[in-house]
Each structure stands twice: as structure tokens, then as C-alpha cells.
Design a binder for this molecule. Structure first.
Ligand code: PLP
Length: 262
């Protein structure tokens, strides 16, 4: 059996027959593409990859270190069985977790939780916050509350269920779907060239909004959610001083502080 059964010139006809095809007009040759070069299987044309599949391929195509035979074999063994890793454990999963911990995660993060997809990852942090805040409330004799996420203007956190209520970059992609009315705070990002006084004033305004949101609903806000750099919102950067204040607010008002670095 050939490795791939569809010829390059049949890829578009097959796809168009079955799904909405509104992406790029390229049939990526996944074997021939290399590094930051995408090879089009239709004409053999090469394109400089400034896209990286929305960052799902950060190391580029066919990175030599990913070519290791043993690695491929383990990957294939795991992919062919596709076990539900959170319930049943394998050596392959343990090896992945160890490699991920050793290479990518600092000891500050005591436990890891794996989920595929950015929106779902953010939703799970929200669920953890709701659960945690509900327990805090209950311990103080309060039933209910724990039902809001404080977030920022120009934020993008995905377009899944909960994340639709905190994503607000392009209203045409969110506004026709039901959403929760959660506190949205102005975004005190740096305007370049940096003028400390202007940014500090924007931070002051945001902090006033944050304080009044918490004062209005101290038992409701379960978390402060922010992207350390707003990407889709327009490459917005914040000062470390602002993050330090968010940490203080989270501690003072009993909320979790969530950084979305998807
Ligand atoms: C900051 C941020 N959060 C969440 C997401 C959602 O990720 P996904 O599209 O994998 O659901 C993105 C996607 O670009 C993102 O940039």
C-alpha cells in the first residue's frame, strides 16, 4: 500500500467534495518541506513559512532531531493504540511526561495537566478556578458565587464555550453566540516608544476598574485571566509592575491568577 493514497492533484477535489475549503491554496508536501520552507506538492514550489500552522510547528518541518527511529517507533506505538492517558498509563506516556518536564517545565509548576487545544486548556483553568473559589466560599458558609472570570479588553482566549465570554478581539466571530457577562477591564498595555507615565496612568485606571469589580462581587470572581502578551489583540505588552499588582489583587480578593500563554 502506498504511504499516502491520494495524489497531490486529487487533494483539493476530494476535500472540496467533503468539507469547507477556505484555507491556503497549497497542498503541503509534509515529507519534502524542511525548516521554514513549505514545499507545495502540486507544483514543487517552495514558500517561506511565516506561519508555522499558528505555532503548532515551532521547530519547523522535519527537524533532524525529530527523525530519530526509536522516537518514531514509540510515537507510532502510542498513536496506534491512542489510550486515554488520564485513566490508563503506559511507559510511552511516562516517557513523554518525563521529557516534557525535563525540557520544558520549571520546578515551580508542581503538577502538569495535559489537554489538546488552547481554548480547552484555558477552559480547564477556569473550571479549576470555579471549583477552588466555590470551596473557599463554602468554607466561609457561602453557597453560590464563584461564577465569573475577570478578564481584559482586546483579549483572545479561544472560541470554545466559556472562552467565548472572555475573547473580544473580533466581534463578528463572537457576538452572535450566547455569552456570560463577566467583568472586562481596560487593557493597560505599553504604547511604544515607552512613556512610563502614560502606561502608569493606564494601569491606575485598570486597577480602579479591577477594585470596583471585586468590591461589587467579592464572592463571584474566581480568577483574573490575562495573556502575558496579547497577540491577536495587537501585540500588546504589559509592564511587570502591572502583573505584580494582579498578583496582589488575586491574593487580596481570593481569586486565582491565570496566565494564558497559548
Ligand atoms: C492566547 C491564546 N489563547 C487561546 C487560544 C486558543 O487556542 P486554540 O485555537 O488551540 O483553541 C489562542 C489561539 O491562538 C491564543 O492565542
Amino acid at each position: 500500500m502506498p504511504k499516502v493514497e491520494i495524489a497531490a492533484d486529487q487533494a483539493f477535489p476530494v476535500l472540496k467534495e467533503n468539507i469547507l475549503v477556505d484555507g491556503f491554496h497549497v497542498v503541503v508536501d509534509l515529507e519534502k518541506s524542511h525548516g521554514a520552507v513549505i514545499v507545495d506538492a502540486l507544483e514543487g514550489k517552495e514558500y517561506l513559512d511565516c506561519y508555522g500552522y499558528f505555532a503548532t510547528l515551532p521547530v519547523g518541518h522535519n527537524h533532524p532531531k525529530l527523525g530519530d527511529e526509536g522516537f518514531h517507533e514509540s510515537l507510532m506505538t502510542a498513536a496506534l493504540a491512542n489510550p486515554s492517558n488520564s485513566d490508563i498509563y503506559s511507559r510511552e506516556f511516562a516517557a513523554f511526561v518525563k521529557g516534557f518536564r525535563d525540557l520544558a517545565v520549571s520546578d515551580d509548576f508542581r503538577y502538569l495537566f495535559f489537554v489538546a487545544g488552547g481554548g480547552l486548556a484555558v477552559e480547564n483553568t477556569m473550571k479549576a478556578a470555579f471549583d477552588w473559589k466555590a470551596q473557599q466560599n463554602r468554607a466561609r458558609g457561602i453557597e453560590g458565587g464563584a461564577d465569573k472570570i475577570l478578564h481584559f479588553r482586546d483579549a483572545f482566549h479561544g472560541r470554545t464555550g466559556y472562552t467565548l465570554s472572555v475573547t473580544n478581539t473580533d466581534p463578528t466571530k463572537t457576538d452572535d453566540f450566547p455569552q456570560f457577562d463577566w467583568p472586562r477591564i481596560s487593557s493597560p498595555y505599553i504604547d511604544f516608544p515607552l512613556d512610563e507615565a502614560t502606561v502608569a496612568a493606564k494601569e491606575e485606571k485598570a486597577c480602579t476598574e479591577i477594585e470596583s469589580a471585586f468590591e461589587r462581587d467579592p464572592d463571584g470572581i474566581a480568577a483574573i485571566l490575562i495573556e502575558p502578551i496579547q497577540a491577536e489583540g495587537g501585540d500588546h505588552r504589559f509592564r511587570p509592575e502591572f502583573f505584580a499588582r494582579l498578583r496582589e489583587y488575586a491574593d487580596r480578593f481570593e481569586a486565582l491568577l491565570i496566565f494564558d500563554e497559548v
